[in-house]
Ligand binder design. Structure first.
Ligand code: GLU
Length: 325
């Protein structure tokens, strides 16, 4: 990120269900990181797969953010100068950049089925994707034509055999060689839907976002995204990944744990209680207490956040628990 430029942060949730405590934590830290240095906040709804993301969840999400007191300057249903802010309405924009990569010979059609990919015995990455062997990269034009009769191809981006590194705001230097870590990766699915990795870069770049804050589960996506930034000639934002929230037994929170979605939490807590709990969990308060989002702004610093994942108190799951004075 260029020195001296005003921060533009963002919250980019996938509205495939009611907002979850983990999403709230991420929204809170992204918001505080931008607001604590006078920056702006963009809300982008990542409903790339419209079947999984009906609009009512996006509406609920905006309502939940307002209830929490986390405001935004552009995006969502309020619109703004860089809209639309719903990925489902941005397909023509992704297509333009996809075609540009294709015209440069950087994308090739991949006919591998999910079953074939998984049968290839390649190591699986933490996010469930498979280290791609490059099998379809070397198909001849005739082979491609024959396969295209039977199956619609996905689009894969050719990756270089070189290290990509960046300085994360919390985790410090992070480096990855894409050829070894994931291989050529998908930028478009076989059903035509553009992949998250492409869409997120195009959107953040065109929306002027220069600070990306999100869960550390996306840390290993970042080198792939930086590679796309470089290919498309976009300036790279700074990246800050944050620890994940865990259940008291140390397991990852599941979206299916309805006790921690905002529908359930709003019935049991006030926004100030919930923010106090999250701020305490994130090292911003010595104890949970009633606090507003605005009051947390001067308390925010990246140096206060823990790097380890955060175990939530059992009381969050208990009917009358976690009440703070
Ligand atoms: N939409 C993604 C999610 O909700 C986050 C993408 C990002 O922050 O880059 O998991």
């Amino acid at each position: 990120m260029e020195q001296g430029k005003a921060v533009v942060g963002r919250f980019a949730p996938s509205p495939s269900g009611r907002m979850h405590l983990g999403n709230v934590f991420c929204a809170l830290i992204a918001w505080l990181s931008a607001r604590s240095c006078g920056g702006r906040v963009v809300l982008r709804q990542e409903d790339l797969d419209p079947e999984r993301c009906p609009r009512r969840y996006a509406d609920l999400l905006e309502d939940d953010l307002r209830w929490l007191g986390l405001d935004w300057d552009e995006g969502g249903s309020a619109g703004g100068p860089h809209g639309p802010y719903f990925q489902s309405e941005r397909t023509a924009i992704y297509l333009q950049y996809y075609e540009c990569l294709k015209a440069r010979g950087l994308v090739y059609p991949c006919f591998c089925s999910r079953a074939e990919l998984h049968a290839a015995q390649a190591p699986h990455l933490a996010d469930g994707t498979v280290l791609y062997s490059g099998r379809c990269r070397s198909l001849s034009p005739a082979e491609r034509q024959a396969l295209a009769q039977k199956r619609k191809p996905a689009g894969r981006l050719i990756v270089p055999d070189e290290e990509i590194a960046f300085d994360d705001l919390l985790y410090g230097r992070y480096r990855e060689n894409l050829a070894a870590a994931c291989g050529d990766f998908l930028v478009r699915r076989s059903d035509g839907v553009f992949a998250y990795q492409l869409a997120v870069v195009v959107d953040d770049a065109l929306m002027g976002v220069n600070q990306v804050v999100r869960g550390r589960d996306l840390l290993s996506s970042t080198p792939r995204q930086i590679y796309i930034y470089r290919l498309l000639g976009f300036p790279e934002p700074s990246f800050g990944h944050i620890p994940l929230l865990l259940a008291p037994d140390g397991t990852r929170l599941s979206k299916r744990d309805r006790a921690l979605d905002l529908g359930a939490l709003r019935a049991r807590f006030s926004p100030r209680e919930l923010l106090g709990l999250l701020a305490w969990s994130g090292g911003l308060l010595p104890q949970p207490r009633l606090v507003s989002a605005q009051e947390l702004i001067p308390l925010f610093s990246w140096s206060r956040l823990p790097r380890e994942d955060i175990r939530l108190p059992r009381s969050l799951w208990e009917e009358d628990g976690a009440k703070t004075g």
